[in-house]
Design a protein around this ligand. Structure first.
Ligand SMILES: *Cc1c(COP(=O)(O)O)cnc(C)c1O
Ligand SMILES: [Zn+2]
Length: 419
């Protein structure tokens, strides 16, 4: 039986440890540090594998480990999750890996990115907190997901994006009919503006999924850790490679693995697990801080085709650094040509067509093997977080028909296609 009570206990400051009640608050009143959901440890320890396995085929099978949505009637959701964990032996062979390689393909979610997970949890929490309008500051996929969730729930939405996003992201958001506001600026400008809007009386009724309800939003990413472990037969993989924008997803996959061990749902792996982070060369502030052995993450003005990852001032960057250092991992970044090549490599070897973020992750996997940072003999999971159809421009000039012939046998023969 799933308990209808949330196991969440409080919001805790990641900086100073101060605790606050479960409300719409995202920064600490003491030190302005970011807040994170803390759970009742005893409640989590009661959760069993059998209970999870008997749950629905989506993220809500983990409701007893999440801060919202325990009662299905309280959910605002498109029921994302339980996306395929694809075995990738051909990609492994091409990269010189002898260990098992898997692609966790989150393009299979309802709006085709991992953002459906975080939005479902954030908006279910927002509903419980009494909000009546949904909003976000987005690099594209988040806007898409918030607009779709709001449409399904019949709740008004207003989403904010940088005006230079890919057509594929704008159309897939606009079609849902909510307000879509393009800001002439970078994502970081959009985010700053939303932080101001959220303080106004006019937006008092509005949940910005990644601003005032961010602690709940962030927890949705844990399901990408739980699912991989469950799909591997309740086992944590030895190595994971994760794309980073704010760095939140990476920290939460690591948190999910820790929780699974703490509450006894998986055995602690003999040598732990190792977390690797991937960015693009056009927006690499977290990876550069790691390379320079500093905790000072210098904001950048993002450029390049991996727009979904273009956060120049990453909110969870410090925590991503901490997770990667603690687990003995590494971070690297890939330039636009490497990203385009990697999108095609992944497609050609696995049948998964990734958006630019998946190209980043695949390209960085290859780099990590080359530099000896990632062990090619260990079991590895790479996360594809988005869908190639949303960023067609990235590869449009590189692919097309391999032949163009007349509709006749002779033409086909002359093209050398009959062998
Ligand atoms: C948002 C996003 C990410 C990264 O999310 P963070 O939690 O901010 O690091 C990765 N991939 C895709 C496709 C995204 O849209
Ligand atoms: Zn604090």
């Amino acid at each position: 039986m799933t308990s209808a009570v949330s196991p969440a206990r409080a919001l805790v400051c990641r900086g100073c440890g101060a605790e606050f009640p479960l409300a719409a608050q995202h920064a600490c009143y003491e030190c302005f540090g970011p807040l994170e959901v803390a759970y009742d440890a005893d409640a989590l320890k009661k959760v069993t594998r059998e209970q999870i396995e008997a749950g629905p085929d989506n993220i809500w099978r983990y409701a007893a480990l999440l801060p919202a949505g325990q009662d299905p009637a309280d959910r605002i959701t498109l029921n994302p999750g339980m996306t395929p964990l694809v075995s990738a032996p051909a990609l492994a062979a091409e990269l010189g890996m002898t260990g098992a390689l898997w692609v966790k393909d989150d393009s299979a979610n309802p709006t085709h990115s991992f953002k459906d997970r975080v939005v479902s949890v954030a908006l279910s929490a927002a509903k419980g907190l009494g909000f009546t309008r949904f909003a976000c500051a987005s690099t594209g996929n988040l806007a898409n997901s918030v607009a779709a969730h709001a449409a399904r729930a019949g709740v008004p939405s207003i989403v904010f994006i940088p005006s230079d996003l890919e057509q594929g992201k704008i159309i897939t958001t606009a079609v849902y009919g909510g307000e879509l506001v393009a800001i002439e600026g970078s994502y970081d400008d959009v985010n700053r503006l939303c932080s101001e809007l959220v303080e106004t009386d006019e937006f008092e009724d509005t949940a910005f999924v990644n601003v005032n309800v961010r602690p709940y939003y962030a927890e949705g990413s844990k399901t990408l850790g739980y699912e991989v472990a469950e799909q591997l037969g309740w086992r944590i993989p030895e190595q994971v490679v994760i794309p980073m924008a704010s760095g939140e997803l990476l920290t939460k996959v690591d948190k999910a693995f820790s929780e699974l061990v703490e509450i006894g749902l998986v055995d602690a792996p003999a040598n732990g697990w190792t977390v690797f982070g991937a960015q693009s060369a056009g927006c690499n502030p977290i990876a550069v801080a790691l390379h320079e052995e500093t905790d000072e993450i210098r904001p950048v003005r993002p450029t390049g085709i991996a727009k979904s990852l273009n956060i120049g001032d990453p909110a969870a960057g410090l925590y991503a650094l901490e997770a990667v250092r603690r687990t003995g991992g590494w971070m690297d970044y890939a330039d636009d040509d490497e990203i385009r090549d990697a999108i095609r490599l992944l497609a050609r070897t696995t049948g998964v067509f990734a958006e630019t973020a998946g190209g980043v992750t695949t390209a960085v996997l290859a780099k990590l093997i080359k530099s000896g940072k990632l062990d090619p003999s260990k079991e590895t999971v790479v996360y594809n977080t988005g869908e190639g159809l949303k960023t067609l421009d990235a590869v449009a000039s590189l692919v097309g028909p391999t032949h163009t012939v007349k509709p006749s046998l002779r033409s086909v023969r002359e093209a050398g296609l009959l062998g």
